[in-house]
Design a protein around this ligand. Structure first.
Ligand code: NDP
Length: 459
């Protein structure tokens, strides 16, 4: 049943202004918002409704500049505001009103406030009939993720909990399942006999951008690999679900995650890389050494680049390396999943290229699919050349955030992360975190604007 009330806990924060209000505006523009949906903001700032609406207008102007005025006005008129602490049930009672059914509580809050907010939601009876959206990070390790799940399950049914990962709203990410399971061409090749390896890469040109408070205690492994890239691994490697509903989809993902074998402590040094950027430039943008960014504690040795090789211990994937890599302040935005097939160029032919052939690449932002093949070139008919079959996908009708928000408003958790999935993801990365905290392998460095670490350690 579609929600009639959206209560944003943490309504004055960065996430609300940058993503949530923009997603709501997008849904309003696409006529996806139910006419009777009320949107209530809660934060401690002692604002009234007028102040909150002014703030929302300013954020929409900044982050959704092309929004038609009438759509922005219509959204702002739905907004109201309740000032107070989310740990106080009286504040939440004022925000939700007497009937908490068909309402959605969106926790756009700092993670240390999740637990008191959940307790207060339970105290006002929101656990019956309301759904709850939780932003990342879901815990900081396996124990804290388990504790948060226990708290949620004490009050809410799992189906009412939406652990948000906006990667799952991305077009290319959803496309992986269609390509894999709807095209008989690929199915016989999707296994260890034919696939030499899979690279899941999320390289970014963005650097710290003033987010030391969060990032310096998190790092690339936990910020990106633990959640987002493991989700991509699931979609590339999982078995075909019986149906595309929340239960079957997430059962398949969890089954896959349970088969993922991370490195043992002895293997961490050879199967993972951690590194931190030093001063450099990306185009005409000069960047300081990460260790000198405001708010950074260099002694924490937080990595801005992480790479991990994982294996999937099942019949389909035994022995195939899955390389997960992410980094900040790199030369280019490279966001892709490359499935590299084994077949070398047949020795019957010559080959003139240096590019890999026989790989299928799913690229994100912009969304493209590329199939690298070897073809007979224009010259010697018996000498092959690399060729790219490329498809640029039509732009998605809704952004990833808007897509996930509409699913949450409609109460369908298929694209949200289930509690056991979140725990499995922590189980996989935890032994790596433990070794990294002991200094193994050593922290490498790479200049901002480069392609990544090449073996130099941090001075
Ligand atoms: P901010 O610190 O910018 O905002 C936090 C919001 O929570 C503010 O509105 C703050 O207002 C409110 N708040 C904090 N404590 C309380 C309290 N006790 N009672 C009522 N309101 C409270 O954080 P972000 O918006 O950046 O992040 C929110 C969540 O989203 C975090 O979990 C973060 O990890 C996650 N996230 C953020 C992303 C981003 O790009 N910003 C991206 C992905 C996830 P006040 O202090 O006035 O009460």
């Amino acid at each position: 049943m579609t929600a009639r009330r959206l209560v944003i806990l943490g309504a004055t924060g960065d996430l609300t202004g940058r993503y949530l209000l923009v997603a709501l505006a997008e849904l309003a523009a696409a006529r996806f918002l139910p006419d009777d949906l009320a949107v209530v903001g809660v934060a401690r700032d002692p604002w009234g409704e007028a102040n909150f609406r002014r703030h929302a207008r300013e954020r929409l102007a900044r982050h959704a500049p092309g929004l038609p005025v009438a759509v922005g006005d219509g959204l702002v008129e739905r907004l109201s505001y309740v000032a107070g602490d989310v740990a106080d049930p009286a504040v939440l009672a004022a925000a939700f009103g007497p009937d908490t059914s068909r309402s959605l509580a969106y926790l756009a809050l700092p993670p240390n406030v999740f637990a008191p907010a959940i307790e207060a939601l339970a105290a006002i009876g929101a656990a019956t009939g309301a759904t709850i959206v939780i932003e990342k990070p879901f815990g900081t390790d396996l124990a804290s993720a388990k504790a948060l799940n226990e708290l949620l399950h004490r009050h809410f049914a799992e189906e009412a909990v939406f652990r948000m990962d906006h990667f799952l709203g991305k077009q290319t990410v959803q496309n992986i399942l269609g390509v894999r399971f709807a095209n008989p061409l690929f199915q016989p090749a999707w296994n260890r006999e034919e696939v030499a390896g899979v690279d899941i890469v999320w390289d970014e040109t963005v650097a710290l951008e003033g987010r030391a408070g969060y990032y310096d205690r998190t790092g690339a492994l936990r910020d990106v690999i633990q959640n987002h890239l493991l989700q991509l691994l699931c979609l590339v490697a999982m078995e075909k679900p019986d149906a595309l509903n929340a239960k079957d989809l997430r059962d398949s993902k969890v089954e896959l995650l349970r088969s993922v074998r991370g490195p043992t402590p002895a293997e961490v040094a050879s199967q993972s890389t951690r590194a931190r950027y030093t001063a450099g430039a990306i185009g005409d943008r000069r960047l300081p050494d990460y260790a000198e960014e405001q708010g950074v504690d260099p002694a924490l040795e937080t990595e801005t680049f992480a790479e991990v090789t994982l294996f999937v211990d099942n019949d389909r994937w035994q022995g195939v390396p899955f390389r997960l890599r992410t980094g900040k302040a790199l030369a280019t935005n490279r966001r892709e999943i490359a499935v590299r097939f084994r077949t070398p160029v047949d020795p019957l032919f010559g080959y003139e290229g240096h590019r890999p052939v026989n790989q299928l690449v799913f690229q994100m932002s912009p969304d493209r699919m590329v199939l690298d093949l070897a073809l007979n070139g224009a010259g010697d008919p018996f000498c092959l050349e690399p060729a790219e079959l490329e498809l640029t996908l039509a732009p998605q009708d809704l952004s990833a955030y808007a897509r996930l928000l509409v699913e949450a408003l409609q109460g369908d958790p298929a694209l949200a992360i289930r509690g056991d999935e979140a725990e499995e993801c922590w189980r996989i990365v935890e032994p790596i975190v433990a070794e990294w905290e002991k200094g193994t392998p050593p922290l490498l460095s790479y200049p901002a604007g480069s392609a990544g670490p090449t073996g130099r350690t941090v001075a």
